[in-house]
Design a protein around this ligand. Structure first.
Ligand SMILES: Nc1ncnc2c1ncn2[C@@H]1O[C@H](COP(=O)(O)OP(=O)(O)O)[C@@H](O)[C@H]1O
Ligand SMILES: [Mg+2]
Length: 115
């Protein structure tokens, strides 16, 4: 994808600042949650703020940290139209996981199915 008025080699992804600025305490808090998840205590973290404030970037940084600890990273998305379906992100996550890891998913999820 090119950007009007910019050289063909330019790509918007190059605009990402490689250094995370001013988020030391937020990142430390999220890293602590990942560490606790690794020791068996899971948590939910809610990030909120106006568009462009850095929510997705914090998630990406946290995912990179977790990937370095060998976590299986799964992502479920939902949109405004899903607001009446509280499990929509979980369903999205499971659909994506099952479609890419069918055999593993069947083995791991089977014990959770009702008898
Ligand atoms: N703390 C930060 N330091 C450097 N760049 C940042 C920081 N937070 C966000 N950015 C950059 O700003 C842009 C918008 O951030 P993004 O995470 O997409 O915002 P949001 O998800 O809240 O809308 C992205 O290019 C992101 O990499
Ligand atoms: Mg975002």
């Amino acid at each position: 994808m090119g950007v009007k008025g910019m050289p063909e080699s330019f790509h918007p992804a190059l605009l990402v600042c490689p250094t995370l600025v001013g988020r030391t305490s937020d990142l430390a808090a999220l890293h602590a949650l990942v560490d606790q998840a690794q020791s068996g205590q899971g948590y939910v973290a809610l990030l909120r703020g106006e568009a462009g404030i850095g929510k997705s970037r914090l998630v990406a940084e946290t995912k990179a940290f977790a990937a370095g600890l060998d976590f299986l990273l799964l992502q479920g998305n939902c949109f405004r139209s899903d607001r009446f379906f509280p499990y929509a992100p979980l369903l999205d996550l499971l659909r994506a996981y099952i479609s890419t890891h069918a055999a593993t998913a069947a083995r791991e999820l089977k014990p959770l199915a009702p008898a």
